[in-house]
Design a protein around this ligand. Structure first.
Ligand SMILES: NC(=O)c1ccc[n+]([C@@H]2O[C@H](COP(=O)([O-])OP(=O)(O)OC[C@H]3O[C@@H](n4cnc5c(N)ncnc54)[C@H](OP(=O)(O)O)[C@@H]3O)[C@@H](O)[C@H]2O)c1
Length: 345
């Protein structure tokens, strides 16, 4: 069976990667339709399935697809996603924004962890990129030792703010090197040669929304209690792509570093890069463009002793944290029968 697939926002950072992942993973695409705003409508995108003309987004037209990937803003998803997934002509919708991640009736899915949730709804939320990357390492460790507490610090690339974020970093870097003023419209401060300990808005508890997303989403995806202790400090750094994360876990059961290494080496979606003698560890430059999340710097924690592990994780957030996860969700729905080709499509 093959499907009519729609991508909304295919000219953006995530949308472009969704198209690439569909192509490289040979997702069974009968027809690809690309929707955008008036800015890109009418332009042509060269794809494996032939040249595709970008259509101005329209709910009725998008509902002719069997599955629609949304890679626009949260406000856009709030306005349109429920209309796409309701009614006799409802379509499956996989949303990359944060709009529905905390809604009880909308599964928040990392297929390697809770893929079966996709059977429950036509609207599926894709997790925050930082969360998805961390969970590739945290889930196998949870199975092995039981997570008790998690503390994370992140080093997040400019592309986390989409194509405009990448443009602001590259143009700002050129300006900085030319001795010119560096403009910042996307980031709170100039990013070139800087680090910014703020991603998204500050909340009343002093954490940012990005930081709280990691806490809220980890609990929901892993089925952990609502008060499971996980804290995050999210920092923007002047790299283009792939987020890095320093993670410290306290465990329920004593850790065995060799067993942790073995479990991570076998875990789906993980590439163990942990050979300090050869100076091999996860880095954005090696993780960029890779489906697997790099995990390394594994060591018993000198804070938590036998009940603690420290690690460093690096993953391509446009892939694992967005496009790849979204396509894996669709593949899971093909496998479990939740995604069907419409007779009229
Ligand atoms: N960047 C990341 O690392 C990342 C990771 C996980 C999740 N996300 C989420 O994924 C979503 C997309 O992020 P992004 O980084 O790809 O953003 P982006 O690079 O700024 O791209 C935004 C896309 O939205 C389209 N768009 C804007 N207004 C539209 C409208 N009214 N109708 C149809 N299309 C419209 C744009 O198309 P036009 O050119 O036609 O305007 C563009 O293709 C966001 O919700 C973001 O939070 C991003």
């Amino acid at each position: 069976m093959s499907y009519t697939v729609g991508i909304v926002g295919a000219t953006g950072a995530v949308g472009q990667e969704i198209r690439n992942v569909l192509e490289t993973r040979d997702f069974p695409v009968e027809r690809l339709r690309i929707f955008g705003s008036a800015r890109s409508a009418g332009s042509t995108v060269a794809t494996k399935y032939g040249d595709v003309t970008v259509e101005l987004f329209d709910v009725a037209a998008a509902k002719q697809c069997d599955v629609v990937f949304l890679a626009v803003s949260g406000d856009f998803s709030l306005e349109h996603a429920r209309h796409l997934t309701q009614g006799d002509d409802a379509t499956v919708c996989i949303d990359n924004s944060s709009a529905f991640r905390y809604e009880a009736d909308v599964p928040l899915v990392v297929p390697e962890i809770n893929g079966a949730e996709t059977k429950k709804s036509k609207l599926i939320a894709n997790p925050n990129c930082t969360t998805a990357i961390a969970l590739m390492a945290l889930w196998p460790l949870h199975q092995l030792f039981g997570l008790k507490k998690v503390i994370m610090s992140t080093y997040q690339a400019a592309s986390g703010a989409g194509q405009p974020g990448m443009d602001e970093l590259t143009q700002g870097t050129q300006a900085y090197l030319n001795g010119e003023a560096v403009e910042n419209n996307i980031f709170a401060h100039p990013l070139p040669f800087n680090v910014i300990p703020q991603i998204d808005k500050f909340q009343s508890n002093g954490y940012t929304k990005e930081e709280m997303k990691v806490t809220w989403e980890t609990r929901k995806i892993c089925g952990l209690p609502d008060d499971f202790p996980l804290s995050c400090t999210a920092v923007r750094i002047p790299t283009i792509r792939a987020h890095s994360e320093s993670i410290v876990v306290e465990t329920e059961r004593p850790v065995d570093v060799a067993a942790a290494r073995q479990a991570l080496a076998q875990a789906p979606g993980v590439k163990l890069v942990d050979n300090t003698e050869q100076l091999e560890y996860p880095m954005p430059q090696t993780a960029t463009g890779q489906y697997d999340v790099e995990v390394g710097r594994l060591r018993k924690s000198i804070v938590y002793g036998d009940y603690g592990l420290e690690l460093f994780v690096c993953g391509d957030q446009l892939l694992r944290g967005a496009a790849l996860n979204a396509v894996l969700v669709a593949e899971e729905m093909v496998t479990n029968g939740s995604l069907q080709a419409k007779k009229t499509a």
